[in-house]
Design a protein around this ligand. Structure first.
Ligand code: ZN
Length: 301
C-alpha cells in the first residue's frame, strides 16, 4: 500500500501536466476552490446548487467523479449525511479523514449553535447536531475556508504554492472591498427581526446585523407540526415580524401559509452559488442576497 507521502507525490506529478481534479460537496466550495486554484484545478460539485444540501441521492456518475478526484472538499459536521454513504461505496483510503486528499473546511470555523447539541437517534439525519453547518454564508468565513483550501492544494501540488497564494490574495482583496459595500448597504437595517424557514442564515444574520427570532423548521430537516406553526404565526403577528426568509427549495405551501397568516413578506434568498444565474460566484451570491434583502427590508421597515 502506498504511503500518504507517495500518494501526495503521485498527485503532484499528475497536476504538473494539467488540472488537479477536485470534488466538492457544494457549489459554494467549488467556487472557493476555483478562486484559489483557478486554471490549475478542475472542480465538480456533487450537490447541485438548488437542492436541499442535506438530502442528496448520489448517482453512479458522481461516484465515478469522486473516484477520479485527487481532493475531496466538504462542509463537514453533519451537513452531508449522504457523503458518508457515497464514501462507503467508493471505499477509497485516500478519502479517509486526515488523508492529504481529504479536506473538511469546518475545522477552521468558529461554529454557531454548537452549544445546543441535537443529536438524534436515527443517524444520517441532518440536524445541525454539532453546530450550524451553513457557515459559508458569512462572507468573512471565506478567509478560513480558502486558507484551508490553499494548504490542501499545496499539499498535492507543492510547486504551485506561489500561484495559489497569489490567487487567494486577489480573492481576499476583493472580499474585503465587497464586505465593506455589503455592510454599508445593510447598515440601515441593523437589528431588524426576521423569521427563517430552515436555519440557513444565522452566520449571514450575525454578519449583517439581522436578528432571527424564529424558524419555521424547529428541528432542521423535519417538517413542523401544525400546532408549532400556529404558535409561530401568532408570535410573528404579536411581535410585528415583517419578513420571512425562505430558500428556493422551501415547502411552498408552508411558506404561503406562514406568510399569509402572519402578514409577513416571504423573501427567497439564494443559499448557494449558482442557485440563480445571477449568483454566479461567491461574491455575486452575496451581491444578489444583499440586494434582494435590502429592498425587502426597505419596504418592510
Ligand atoms: Zn441545515
Amino acid at each position: 500500500m502506498l504511503s500518504a507521502l507517495a500518494l501526495a507525490l503521485l498527485a503532484a506529478a499528475a497536476v504538473r501536466g494539467g488540472q488537479l481534479p477536485v470534488v466538492t460537496t457544494s457549489t459554494d466550495l467549488k467556487a472557493l476552490v476555483e478562486a484559489v486554484g483557478r486554471e490549475r484545478v478542475g472542480v465538480e460539485s456533487l450537490a447541485p446548487p438548488l437542492h436541499d444540501p442535506h438530502a442528496l441521492e448520489v448517482k453512479p456518475g458522481q461516484l465515478a467523479k469522486l473516484k477520479a478526484a485527487q481532493l475531496l472538499v466538504r462542509i463537514g459536521l453533519d451537513h452531508e449525511p449522504w457523503l458518508t454513504r457515497a464514501l462507503r461505496t467508493v471505499s477509497d483510503p485516500r478519502f479517509a479523514r486526515e488523508s492529504p486528499n481529504y479536506l473538511d473546511t469546518s475545522k477552521g470555523i468558529q461554529l454557531l449553535q454548537a452549544e445546543t447539541p441535537r443529536v438524534r437517534a436515527d443517524k444520517g439525519t441532518h440536524v445541525h447536531g454539532f453546530g450550524n453547518t451553513h457557515y459559508w454564508l458569512d462572507p468573512e468565513n471565506g478567509r478560513p475556508i480558502t486558507a484551508a483550501i490553499l494548504e490542501a492544494l499545496v499539499r498535492l501540488a507543492p510547486g504551485e504554492r506561489p500561484y495559489f497564494e497569489a490567487n487567494r490574495k486577489r480573492f481576499l482583496d476583493q472580499l474585503e472591498k465587497n464586505v465593506k459595500t455589503w455592510l454599508q448597504t445593510m447598515s440601515p437595517y441593523k437589528g431588524m427581526r426576521v423569521v427563517t424557514v430552515h436555519e440557513t442564515w444565522p452566520y449571514f444574520a450575525q454578519r449583517f446585523g439581522l436578528i432571527i427570532v424564529g424558524v419555521v423548521e424547529p428541528t432542521p430537516g423535519v417538517p413542523a407540526s401544525p400546532s408549532y406553526l400556529a404558535s409561530l404565526i401568532q408570535k410573528m403577528r404579536d411581535s410585528g415580524i415583517r419578513l420571512l426568509l425562505t430558500e428556493p427549495y422551501s415547502d411552498a405551501s408552508v411558506v404561503r401559509q406562514v406568510a399569509t397568516q402572519s402578514g409577513a413578506t416571504a423573501v427567497t434568498l439564494v443559499p448557494s452559488v449558482g442557485g440563480e444565474p445571477e449568483a454566479s460566484d461567491y461574491f455575486r451570491l452575496f451581491d444578489l442576497n444583499i440586494k434582494r434583502l435590502s429592498q425587502a427590508l426597505a419596504v418592510a421597515r
